[in-house]
Every structure is written in structure tokens, then in C-alpha cells.
Design a protein around this ligand. Sequence first.
Ligand code: SAM
Length: 125
Amino acid sequence: MSLPPLPRGAVTDRIERRVIGADFGADGYTTRTQADELARHLHLRPGRRLLELGSGRGWPGLYLAARTGCAVVLTDLPVDGLAIANRRATREGVDARCAVVAASGQHLPFAAETFDAVGHADVLC
Ligand SMILES: C[S@@+](CC[C@H](N)C(=O)[O-])C[C@H]1O[C@@H](n2cnc3c(N)ncnc32)[C@H](O)[C@@H]1O
């Protein structure tokens, strides 16, 4: 028998912060340390454009944009998660560098060489 998911709130945020070091409502196991490592590998910095596949509620793509100053396009299929990420981008003042696009990683609506880096965390397309 499986239990229903916990509704998100202060307790789940606290658990998530303790386990991965962030509170995005992540749906994977990528930790903040690993996200920081991704930023280094992808040379993320202001002026670089990151495409994040399967972004869920914005972890770690939105975090990476806030942390490094890069621009990010978050893509996923469920629009609920994208809407949550979009609201968080506005709250955190990174909305000018963040866009959300509902799209499958298998059929991306972007021209070649639109991005400097492509990332995903815990996504199997
Ligand atoms: C385990 S969740 C990880 C979400 C987020 N990266 C995180 O760490 O919280 C996997 C995500 O991949 C997305 N996904 C799976 N197949 C996809 C596809 N073909 N195109 C785009 N997104 C996909 C799912 O919708 C889901 O949001």
C-alpha cells in the first residue's frame, strides 16, 4: 500500500532543505552541492543561456540562474510545476532572465545554438 504524498508546507520544506539543501519541491535527489558542481561544469555565469529539461518546479534550473546570473529556459510537460517555477522566479527577482516553456525534451521548439548549456536533473526522457 502506498501513502498519498504529503501536502507541501513548512514541514516538507524543512525536510527538503535538510536533505538536498533547497526548498523547491524537488522531485529528485540532486543536492545543492551537486547543483553547484553542475554550474561549474557548464560554466554558468551572466550572459550564458541554460536550457533545463524536465525542470519540474524549478530545481535546479531556477536555482542555477539565481546563483550564477545566467539566463534559463525551464522546460517540462506538466504546466503546474512550470507555473510554480514562474511565480518563484518573479518572487526572487530573476524573472527577466527566466522563461518557462511547456515542451517535451524529445521535440524542443528551439533553433540550433540557442543555448550555451543544456542540463537536467533526475530526468529520464
Ligand atoms: C523526477 S522529476 C525531476 C524534476 C526536477 N528536475 C527536480 O529535480 O525536481 C522528472 C521530470 O522530468 C519530466 N519529464 C519526463 N519526461 C520528459 C520529456 N520527454 N520531456 C520533458 N520533460 C520530461 C517530468 O515531467 C518531471 O517533471
